[in-house]
Design a protein around this ligand. Structure first.
Ligand SMILES: Nc1ncnc2c1ncn2[C@@H]1O[C@H](COP(=O)(O)OP(=O)(O)OP(=O)(O)O)[C@@H](O)[C@H]1O
Length: 314
């Protein structure tokens, strides 16, 4: 399903409100079948840039493109290709699930069989088919988010922009939401999803962009950003031979910044990438040390975020 052309592209996007530079020259691309995690604290500029992408606001400078179409020059055609799920939406009284989705299907100009198919697909995909006649103001938060997702996908857009969709959901509803988002990407859609809860996105995002005070500080896969941002790692080593001599050998190495020992277990702060770690292991074994365990701790998105944003923005 992958193609070479991005479905979402932000090019030097800038948005100023009075004295506030909410978005400052942000550029990135999202390809078909990709989930892009837009990560940043409150006020970073996520909603502002997403609203511009969804044609609800206009940039002060730069442009954004959906399936190659400019949001400033071609907003009507952009809207047909894009579904936007805002971080807040109201519930209507006396409107049931089917009626709500039907309203949006009609407003996208879907008619007859096409509309019925779109409704049944959205309700089937989100698991709302059994709740079709339930009033929407009586739905749980998780079910309301499913309904919002159903509404966002009702016209089968190639691009989906989801602003903090997991906020306020319980763990099960979060997992279910993540599964649905992964399925949307498997269908070839480009999904832009924002969150300030970083771990929430790690499992499903092909790429992440870290935004702070309107600036994109890093963009790439979690692994790529780790490599750029984190030349240090913490390695846990469990040895079967004399741990004290292994400790001393490690402590004497230039690439080892610190080493601590508890019984047979050594915790090493190591300066170096994957290759340097592989060299370290080889040399350790070469010293006659019997290694039962050698594990480099995974960098969490929280660590990455703190590292990337450290001192970069005032
Ligand atoms: N219409 C507006 N008028 C003035 N300032 C605005 C407007 N919209 C956003 N801002 C400001 O722009 C900055 C970015 O806000 P934005 O809502 O895009 O951040 P965010 O990353 O989505 O944060 P949150 O997670 O809190 O939604 C903030 O300083 C905000 O106060």
């Amino acid at each position: 399903m992958k193609s070479d052309r991005p479905l979402i592209e932000l090019r030097g996007l800038h948005r100023v409100f009075g004295d506030t530079h909410a978005v400052r020259g942000v550029s990135f691309q999202v390809m078909p079948g990709e989930v892009f995690g837009y990560i940043g604290p409150n006020g970073a500029g996520k909603t502002t840039s997403m609203r511009i992408l969804a044609t609800l606001d206009e940039p002060t400078a730069g442009d954004a493109f959906v399936d190659g179409l400019s949001v400033t020059e071609d907003p009507d055609r952009v809207r047909r290709r894009l579904g936007f799920m805002p971080d807040y939406y109201g519930a209507y009284r006396d409107v049931n699930v089917r009626e709500y989705l039907d309203f949006f299907a009609r407003s996208y100009g879907l008619r007859g069989d096409e509309r019925r198919r779109a409704l049944s697909h959205a309700m089937g995909f989100t698991g709302l088919d059994k709740l079709a006649t339930k009033p929407m103001d009586g739905l749980s938060k998780g079910m309301k988010q499913r309904l919002a997702l159903g509404r966002t996908m009702i016209h089968d857009p190639a691009v989906m922009v989801l602003d903090e969709p997991a906020a306020g959901l319980d763990p099960r509803a979060r997992i279910e939401l993540r599964e649905m988002i992964s399925q949307l990407a498997d269908l070839g859609k480009a999904v832009l999803i924002s969150s300030h809860i970083l771990t929430e996105l790690a499992a499903i995002c092909h790429k992440v962009g870290i935004l702070e005070q309107g600036q994109l500080l890093a963009v790439g896969s979690v692994d790529e950003i780790s490599r750029q941002a984190q030349p240090h790692s913490v390695i846990t080593i469990r040895v079967l031979t004399d741990p004290a001599s292994a400790h001393d050998w490690l402590a004497a190495r230039a690439d080892v910044e610190r080493v601590e020992r508890v019984e047979q277990r050594l915790t090493v702060r190591h300066a170096g990438d994957d290759v340097a770690r592989a060299d370290l292991l080889e040399s350790l074994i070469g010293q006659g040390v019997r290694v039962a365990e050698f594990r480099s701790q995974e960098t969490s998105l929280e660590d990455l975020f703190l590292h990337v944003t450290e001192g970069r923005v005032q």
